[in-house]
Design a protein around this ligand. Structure first.
Ligand code: NAD
Ligand code: DAU
Length: 349
C-alpha cells in the first residue's frame, strides 16, 4: 500500500505516520510545506526508515503532485494538509481558502488523472484494488449545537468560522469528485484531538505551557463551551479503519464520547501540574464562538468496528507526561515567531 500523507509534519499527520509505520504494511510519502504549524522534529527517528519519504512542498503545486503520484505509484491519499486554527482564520481567512479549498482540489484532480478511472463507473477496477482518497475533515462543518443532540453524518452543514467554512467547501468538492467522476473518496469528520506534538496555539498545549511557566490561562468567555475530546492515536486508528474498510462516497464521524467544558479541562491541567486555579483569566470571547460540539459515532462503530481505546483520564495523563518530558520541543516553538502571534492574539484581550 503506497500512501501519500499530506500535512504529515503537523500534529495529527505526524502521529498518523508513526501509527501506520508501526502497525501496517505500507510505504508513506509525506508532503508538507512546513508552515508555522509543521515541524520536522515531530518525525524524528524516521529518516532512516526505508518505507518513509519526506518531501517538502505545497499541495497547490500540481507539477510536484504529478511527480509524486507517478514516482511513488500512490494508491491512497490521506489529506491532512490544512490551515487548522479557528482564531487565525478569523484574523486572516484568505490563506484558509487557498490551502483548504484550492489545495484539496489540486489533490483531487491529480488523483483523478493519475488513477485513470473509468470516470462513469463508481465500481471500477481501480476502486476494487483499494485506491482511495481520504479527506480529513472536522466536526466543525456541522456548526454549533444547543445543550442536547449530536452531529450525525446526516446533519446539515452549517459552518460558522472562516476555517470551518473552508473545510465544508473542501468536503463539497470531494463529494463532487465522487458524484461527477466516480473518484473513490471517504470523508472523515472528527472531533477535537489532543496528545503529543500539538502546536501550542490550541487549548490543551497552550494551557500546559502557560501553567508550567506560571503565566495566566486565557479562557474565552465563560469557558462553558463544550468540545468532544479524542486522544490523537484513536483518530489515527479510525482513519486506518476507513482506509481498510470505508465505503466509497461515505462520510464517517469520529468522536470520543467525551464531552467536556473548556473550564473543566483547564482546571484539570492546573490540578495535574499542582498549580493554583487563580492563574485562570477569563478573556474576551472568540468571535462567532461555537457553543457545543458532540459526535454520534454509531456509524463508524457499527460499520467499521472502530471505537476509541483511550478514556480521557488515560489520554490526559499520557499527554501531560509527554509535554513534561519534551520541554525542549515546546521551547523551540515558543521561542520564535510564536510569541509575536501570542502577543497579537492575547495582549489586552
Ligand atoms: P496542524 O496545523 O498541526 O498541521 C497542518 C499541517 O499541514 C502542517 O504540518 C503544515 O505545514 C501543513 N500544511 C499547511 N499548508 C500546507 C500546504 N499548502 N501544502 C502542504 N502542507 C501544508 O493541523 P492538525 O491539527 O494536525 O490537523 C490536521 C487535519 O485534521 C486538518 O485538515 C484539520 O482540519 C483536521 N482536523 C483537526 C482536528 C484537531 O483537533 N486538531 C480535528 C478534526 C480534524
Ligand atoms: O472540532 C475539531 C476542531 O478542533 C478542528 O477542526 C480544529 O482544527 C481544531 O483547532 C479544534 O478547533 P477548536 O476551535 O475547538 O480548538 P481550540 O483548541 O482552538 O479551542 C478549543 C476550545 O477552547 C474552544 O472553545 C476555544 C477555547 N479556547 C481556546 C484557546 C486557544 C480558549 O478558551 N482559550 C484559548 O486560549
Amino acid at each position: 500500500m503506497n500512501i501519500l500523507v499530506t500535512g504529515g509534519a503537523g500534529f495529527i499527520g505526524s502521529n498518523f505516520i508513526k501509527y501506520m509505520l508501526q502497525n501496517k504494511d505500507c510505504n508513506i510519502v509525506n508532503l508538507d510545506l512546513l508552515t508555522y504549524a509543521g515541524n520536522i522534529k515531530n518525525l524524528e527517528g524516521l529518516s532512516e526508515n526505508k518505507r518513509y519519504t519526506y518531501i517538502k512542498g505545497d499541495i497547490l503545486n500540481r507539477g510536484l503532485l504529478d511527480y509524486i503520484f507517478r514516482t511513488f505509484e500512490i494508491q491512497i491519499v490521506v489529506n491532512f494538509a490544512a490551515e487548522s486554527h479557528v482564531d487565525r482564520s478569523i484574523e486572516d481567512p484568505e490563506i484558509f481558502l487557498k490551502t483548504n479549498v484550492m489545495g484539496t482540489q489540486a489533490l483531487l484532480d491529480t488523483a483523478k488523472d493519475y488513477w485513470k478511472l473509468n470516470l462513469a463507473d463508481k465500481y471500477s477496477k481501480e476502486f476494487e484494488k483499494g485506491v482511495k482518497f481520504i479527506q480529513v475533515s472536522t466536526d466543525e462543518v456541522y456548526g454549533s449545537l444547543g445543550p442536547s443532540g449530536y452531529f450525525t453524518e446526516e446533519t446539515c452543514l452549517a459552518p460558522n468560522s472562516p476555517y470551518s467554512a473552508t473545510k465544508a467547501s473542501a468536503d463539497m468538492m470531494v463529494r463532487a469528485y465522487y458524484e461527477t467522476y466516480g473518484l473513490p473518496v471517504c470523508i472523515t469528520r472528527c472531533s477535537n484531538n489532543y496528545g503529543p506534538y500539538q502546536f501550542p496555539e490550541k487549548l490543551i498545549p497552550l494551557m500546559i505551557n502557560n501553567a508550567l511557566k506560571g503565566l495566566s490561562l486565557p479562557v474565552y468567555g465563560d469557558g462553558k463551551q463544550v468540545r468532544d475530546w479524542l486522544y490523537v492515536e484513536d483518530h489515527c486508528s479510525a482513519i486506518s479503519a476507513v482506509i481498510e474498510k470505508g465505503k466509497s462516497g461515505e462520510v464517517y464521524n469520529i468522536g470520543g464520547n467525551n464531552e467536556k467544558e473548556n473550564i473543566e479541562i483547564v482546571k484539570l491541567i492546573l490540578d495535574k501540574l499542582g498549580k493554583e486555579h487563580s492563574l485562570i483569566t477569563h478573556v474576551k470571547d472568540r468571535l462567532g464562538h461555537d457553543r457545543r460540539y458532540s459526535i454520534d459515532n454509531t456509524k463508524i462503530n457499527k460499520e467499521l468496528g472502530w471505537s476509541p481505546s483511550y478514556n480521557f483520564e488515560e489520554g490526559m495523563e499520557k499527554t501531560i507526561t509527554w509535554y513534561l518530558e519534551n520541554v525542549e520541543w515546546m521551547e523551540d516553538i515558543v521561542s520564535g515567531e510564536y510569541m509575536r502571534y501570542y502577543n497579537k492574539m492575547y495582549d489586552g484581550r
